[in-house]
Design a protein around this ligand. Sequence first.
Ligand code: AMP
Length: 208
Amino acid sequence: MRIVIFGPQGSGKGTQAQALIKVFDIPHITTGELFRNEIKANSEIGKMVASVINTGKLVEDDLTLEVLKKRLEQTDCQKGFILDGFPRNITQAQALDKIVSTDQVIELWIPDDEVINRLEGRRTCKKCETVFNIKTNPPAKENVCDKCGNELIVRNDDKQEAIKKRLELYHQQTEPLIVYYQKQGKLIKIDGRPSISQVTESILAKLK
Ligand code: AMP
């Protein structure tokens, strides 16, 4: 099963992908995390993308595709994957269609005010990147990751100015994917506002 999941930041893509990988036993691939790993490793790519990412802008398409291609070539992707954070625009969607055929595309929708509300409460583990929300999904102990015990932080791109920039980019560049995938007959539209488990159920009911 090759699935793409897209939606505005904070719509719950990562959370839902985590539920789906257990059901389908496939890896969850997120280009944002691939980039953050490069930054942590202080690699050449990491140095090139750090400032772009920290201000909430998009990394150049060719470089993003290169990083993604390398990841999709790994053996765990042979049985499928859930792709989250890619494609983010039509050019990337066309590039993806050239390297692999996807089966289903999930659009996880939430309104803008909900995006802002959710992202302002988001805290991410510095080490393992597990995401919590101080309003809706708090850790057991304040500012400490339940999974690995490291500190929780506000990601630079979850700060207010970056959130606005990212939302603007989403509407301009990513939303046209709705029509693109509708034309391919692959689009599944899901309301991301109900509880995490209700959203997972809706997705599973609609996946063929
Ligand atoms: P995310 O964790 O998906 O919000 O990604 C964090 C950041 O990584 C984004 O704000 C972009 O700067 C960069 N990024 C991730 N995926 C892509 C992509 N498909 N195209 C361009 N930039 C990306």
